[in-house]
Write a protein that binds this ligand. Structure first.
Ligand SMILES: NC(=O)c1ccc[n+]([C@@H]2O[C@H](COP(=O)([O-])OP(=O)(O)OC[C@H]3O[C@@H](n4cnc5c(N)ncnc54)[C@H](OP(=O)(O)O)[C@@H]3O)[C@@H](O)[C@H]2O)c1
Length: 393
């Protein structure tokens, strides 16, 4: 495989979640999740469980809590108590700082299952293992698709247009590579944490590896940029030719499935992203448009990757969910997760609920988007592209 292709593949696998971890600043997460369509029909679990959710008050945790409580489980959360929490009635909150090894509140307690949301560092897993390895039936570690060392996929040949990685593919366990490339440790640290989880909990371990998580409560605004931008209408800058493949998962689909995995005592390792079938960049943008009012006037102007690069429009940060190329279709296989009951809301539901949630946030938060292109920059690039295409005709 050529070095360029390796680099691209590595970046595309990283982008799905490495940036996410860095961007999840607790201060950004406090907004209420009340103002969007709630749990359609959670149903009741066959057996009521005692669940410990480590974290619980950031992005995905609140969705787990709401679903677990609705399903009839008794839930305890454990965190530092710093992030503003809107805990459902009956949820117990225990306090401790995992960076300081403060696990005392968990000692002498037992739970049917532990879901560990915020952990990237192996010692956080070890600390939980030391206290709870004998007193829980299942430990769920929320990992990431960034654990894969996609450059080492042997089944991917140079000619192949499709990179599909599965749970058995090699993990990235070489932090040095990331130091050379700017110090990225997220994937290797998550991979090391997975190993630590197995060390303490053995075959009671469930590893869930999400891709980009989107929807109500997302503090990073990555996917959010597109519903917001499209809802403003007008001429919209869109990246590439539209045929890049996209994988995202609604935080509620991930959270609710995580709770069902615990109810079913399903262990093992699972990629967790979506949608069920291939989604292209064009499919994503038109799908979002389809969820918005019919009289909205807009057009998409698809601008090639090299022109965007010339104008310093960066994949991912300026053009969220896009990796910068059209040709390579990079996918995590989700067959195992689907077989284990992962389901997917329609893109339209994610879009409308996300917009309802975002518009309920304080005005100053709404004014400060964490991703995407500022309107003035977008106009500039569109004008430059119009000039280029006119000159070329
Ligand atoms: N976002 C994505 O696109 C994406 C993609 C792939 C994988 N992931 C992974 O998905 C997980 C998402 O986590 P989440 O933020 O949604 O989880 P969460 O459970 O909703 O929130 C994070 C929690 O961690 C607590 N916390 C932070 N530092 C702590 C500390 N030192 N000690 C104890 N508690 C602490 C926070 O509360 P306090 O501040 O009160 O302590 C908060 O409750 C992460 O593992 C991430 O790597 C994310």
């Amino acid at each position: 495989m050529s070095p360029d292709r390796r680099t691209f593949l590595r970046l595309s696998a990283l982008a799905g979640s490495a940036v996410a971890a860095e961007a999840l600043a607790p201060s950004a997460l406090g907004a209420t999740l009340a103002n969007y369509r709630g749990l359609p029909d959670a149903g009741t679990a066959r057996r009521s469980l005692d669940l410990l959710i480590l974290g619980g008050t950031g992005f995905t945790g609140p969705h787990q809590l709401r679903y677990a409580v609705a399903r009839g489980h008794r839930v305890t959360v454990f965190n530092r108590g710093r992030t503003e929490a809107d805990l459902p009635d009956g949820v117990e909150q225990l306090i401790g700082d995992r960076n300081q090894h403060e696990m005392g509140a968990l000692e002498g307690r037992s739970w049917d299952a532990v879901i560990d949301n915020p952990t990237t560092l192996p010692f956080w897993v070890r600390d939980v293992g030391e206290v709870l390895h004998d007193t829980t039936d299942q430990y769920v570690f929320i990992s990431t698709l960034s654990v894969y060392d996609v450059a080492r996929l042997e089944h991917l040949d140079e000619e192949s247009a499709l990179l599909e990685y599965t749970e058995g593919d090699p993990l990235d366990v070489t932090p040095e590579i990331y130091q050379e490339e700017g110090g990225r440790l997220y994937g290797p640290m998550k991979a090391a944490s997975e190993r630590e989880a197995h060390r303490w909990f053995g075959d009671r371990t469930t590893i869930i590896r999400p891709g980009l998580i989107v929807g109500p409560g997302d503090p990073t605004d990555r996917f959010t940029y597109w519903p917001l931008r499209i809802s403003r209408g007008g001429e919209i800058l869109a990246p590439g030719r539209g045929n890049a493949s996209i994988q995202i998962i609604d935080a509620r689909d991930l959270a609710e499935w995580t709770i069902r995995m615990v109810e079913n005592q399903t262990t093992g390792t699972f990629n967790a992203t979506g949608p069920r079938s291939t989604l292209t960049m064009a499919g994503q943008l038109h799908g979002i448009r389809g969820a918005l009012p019919g009289d909205l006037e807009l057009s998409f102007t698809w601008v090639p990757a090299d022109f965007l690069q010339e104008h310093s429009v960066r994949p991912w940060s300026h053009m969220p969910t896009w990796f910068g190329e059209d040709e390579v279709i990079s996918r995590a296989s989700i067959e195992r997760a689907v077989a284990a009951g992962l389901t997917f809301r329609p893109l339209a539901a994610t879009t409308t609920d996300l917009l309802a949630w975002f518009r309920s946030l304080p005005a100053e938060r709404q004014a400060e988007l964490g991703a995407g292109l500022a309107p003035a920059r977008e106009r500039e690039v569109l004008a430059a592209w119009a000039e280029r295409t006119e000159a070329g005709t």
